[in-house]
Design a protein around this ligand. Structure first.
Ligand SMILES: Nc1ncnc2c1ncn2[C@@H]1O[C@H](COP(=O)(O)OP(=O)(O)O)[C@@H](O)[C@H]1O
Ligand SMILES: [Mg+2]
Length: 256
């Protein structure tokens, strides 16, 4: 089969209902500086995307635009087929789990691992509600899924960076997130720990159909786990498979 046919086959794998994030002609501006422009991007169910680019290239801006905390200057966004004009509905917002960096917590963070996972349930049921037995069970199940149930009664602040990252992923899963967005979690972890978290994301992606979008500075790590790499430098410089030779060319261009 020629290349053109195989790329046609590739595009047939997706139907529009699988497009969970659709960014069309997006530009994002801070003051009078464009941080992103001409961004056209579809995220499909089951994608495991690694986003890379130099410092200041707009990676965090892109994540914030996807989850709706930043309004684009131009362009359209659709999430799970719903056009986002002003506000994202609660239902759609909860499908996205933003996983913060572990450096945002200090050692004295006054919560147990169980509490951190349960915060995900509060996000789902509303902070004014009491958690039911079932909610608490769901939080525990999420901890089990990331292999942290054994540490449920330990103080969150006493865990290693990698363990904290797992618990934060559990928090998003407890909120029943279908898409996980992680911004540079590897910069707070050593290589081995980063690899373990990537293994977990890989497992969640294939066994629980969780879609993953992660920003990372270690291209080799992204290449080893992601099925799609996006390089940005205000624009999208590359969007394709990790073994595509054009990726190397794009990397050379934007990092030098
Ligand atoms: N709140 C802000 N106000 C003004 N400029 C910002 C703001 N946030 C980011 N920027 C600028 O936008 C550009 C992209 O930032 P960012 O998305 O954080 O990049 P990255 O995550 O790739 O390092 C940078 O030049 C940064 O200085
Ligand atoms: Mg950033």
């Amino acid at each position: 089969m020629g290349e053109i046919e195989s790329s046609k086959e590739e595009s047939k794998k997706y139907s529009t209902k699988d497009i969970i994030v659709c960014l069309k002609d997006i530009s994002v501006v801070y003051g009078n500086m464009a941080a992103l422009y001409d961004i056209n991007l579809d995220v499909h169910t089951g994608d495991f995307i690694g986003i890379c680019g130099p410092n200041g290239s707009g990676k965090t801006t892109l994540m914030k635009t996807i989850i709706g905390t930043l309004k684009p200057y131009t362009g359209q966004i659709a999430l799970f087929g719903e056009d986002i004009k002003d506000n994202i509905s609660k239902d759609i917002r909860h499908k996205f789990g933003y996983v913060p960096q572990t450096t945002e917590f200090d050692r004295n963070f006054p919560a147990l691992v169980r509490d951190v996972a349960e915060m995900g349930r509060y996000a789902k049921v509303g902070v004014v509600k009491q958690l039911t037995k079932e909610d608490k069970q769901k939080a525990m199940e999420a901890l089990r899924l990331v292999d942290m149930e054994y540490a449920a009664e330990r103080p969150f602040g006493h865990l290693s960076g990698g363990q904290q990252q797992r618990v934060l992923i559990a928090q998003a899963l407890a909120a029943e997130a279908e898409v996980l967005l992680l911004d540079e979690f590897t910069s707070a972890l050593d290589f081995r720990m980063s690899e373990e978290v990537m293994e977990l994301l890989d497992y969640l992606s294939y066994s629980h159909k969780i879609t993953v979008v992660t920003v990372g500075h270690n291209l080799e790590l992204l290449r080893a786990y992601c099925n799609r790499i996006i390089c940005i430098n205000k624009i999208i410089a590359f969007d394709g498979e990790p073994n595509d030779p054009d990726l190397d060319e794009a990397i050379n261009k934007i990092f030098h």
